[in-house]
Write a new protein. Structure first.
Ligand code: AMP
Ligand code: MG
Length: 345
């Protein structure tokens, strides 16, 4: 299959809409990462997403809409809880996914057999325009091969998906750079299943009590079921081995310099660069600038492999404050939960 390269203009957006309403696959830009979209109401088209990504069939997809009213218009949920109105008013359109009891229009392929469905109203104007052109909600996971870092540019998408999908619509670089925050309203107390651009602190401001699922910070024990199936996999990983160091800034510099050599890289901060010796440096941004760190994380993880010959990457364990929690959540998965605690040793 030849993957068409479409651009951000009316004609190409309509082409994307036609491919999607005809059951095809198009990667589209959103404010979080590029999504691999298909008609969410067409089970066969949705099944093709799993095949193109090599995604495990038990990992459900997010349904993207272009207006709050689409939820009822397309019978996406059984009922809309009060908290969903509150969240939508505060954060939609934007990087927040809301899980509710699923409606009758949702095929099993989307919800992976669960009785809930995840819904998001993205703020990216191109994403909204494509959904409107397709005249149907779009199921869209990140447009990467399963297990590799999520794509934040059309070039990343082509690296993984060229020849596997009908088209990619190039809308430039994604603003947030990490996937959406996922919150479930299907539990007794609203619970964050995946942190993202909307922070836990912001959610508590509008909803009051909000829990954070165990799987956000920790590896699930053997046999423990994941509330969000996507959280159980090693994920976002470059081919090189990512090792996280829990320590002070000074101890990080010391440790990396002592372990420097060919094949070693530091996923570090701007302030570290002049202090590190004999390693390749890839900076995520300034130490306290978590937004920039989020924005650059996936591109940096892909660049690690682009260097060639990098076998080990040392990074700090990020802070869990604000958007830092989302960076933390992705990095511990990229590291396969391998953390060296220098504070303890
Ligand atoms: P991705 O599209 O790659 O960003 O992945 C979507 C994420 O949302 C995965 O972590 C899924 O496990 C999660 N998700 C989607 N639908 C549901 C659902 N109904 N219940 C729980 N988690 C969900
Ligand atoms: Mg993904």
């Amino acid at each position: 299959m030849i993957t068409q390269h479409l651009h951000n203009n009316e004609n190409d957006i309509n082409t994307a809409g036609r491919i999607l309403s005809g059951g095809g696959l198009v990667a589209i830009p959103t404010e979080t990462v590029y999504g691999l979209a298909a008609d969410a109401l067409n089970g066969a088209a949705v099944a093709d997403i799993f095949a193109a990504k090599g995604r495990p069939m038990d990992n459900p997809l997010i349904v993207h809409i272009a207006a709050f009213e689409d939820i009822n218009r397309f019978s996406l949920v059984r009922e809309i809880p009060d908290a969903a109105y509150t969240l939508a008013k505060a954060f939609w359109p934007g990087p927040l996914t809301i899980i509710m009891k699923k409606g009758k229009a949702i095929p099993d392929e989307v919800s992976a057999g669960l009785d809930t469905v995840a819904i998001r109203f993205p703020s990216h104007p191109v994403a909204q325009a494509v959904i409107r052109a397709a005249e149907t909600p779009l199921a869209a996971p990140s447009a990467n091969l399963s297990g590799s870092p999520s794509p934040t540019t059309a070039e990343h998408v082509m690296n993984d998906m060229d020849g596997r999908i009908d088209a990619v619509l190039d809308g430039g670089e994604c603003a947030v750079g990490l996937e959406s925050t996922v919150i479930t309203l299907a539990a007794d107390v609203p619970r964050v299943l995946r942190p993202g651009g909307v922070t836990v602190e912001q959610l508590r401001e509008v909803l009051g009590e909000v829990e954070v699922d165990d799987a956000v910070l920790h590896q699930l024990a053997q046999g423990q079921t994941a509330a969000s199936p996507g959280m159980k996999y090693k994920h976002y990983a470059p081919k090189a081995n990512v090792i996280l160091l829990k320590c002070s800034d000074d101890a990080y510099i010391d440790y990396v310099n002592k372990n420097a050599g060919t094949g070693v890289a530091a996923l570090c901060c701007d302030e570290d660069i002049p202090l590190l010796r004999g390693v390749k440096t890839i900076s995520l941004g300034r130490r306290l600038d978590y937004e920039t760190q989020a924005h650059r994380l996936f591109d940096s993880l892909r660049r690690v492999d682009g260097y060639g010959g990098v076998l080990t990457v040392f990074s700090r364990l990020p802070s869990t404050d604000g958007v830092g929690l989302a960076v933390y959540n992705r990095l511990i998965r990229a590291a396969g939960f391998e953390v060296i605690d220098l504070d303890e040793s």
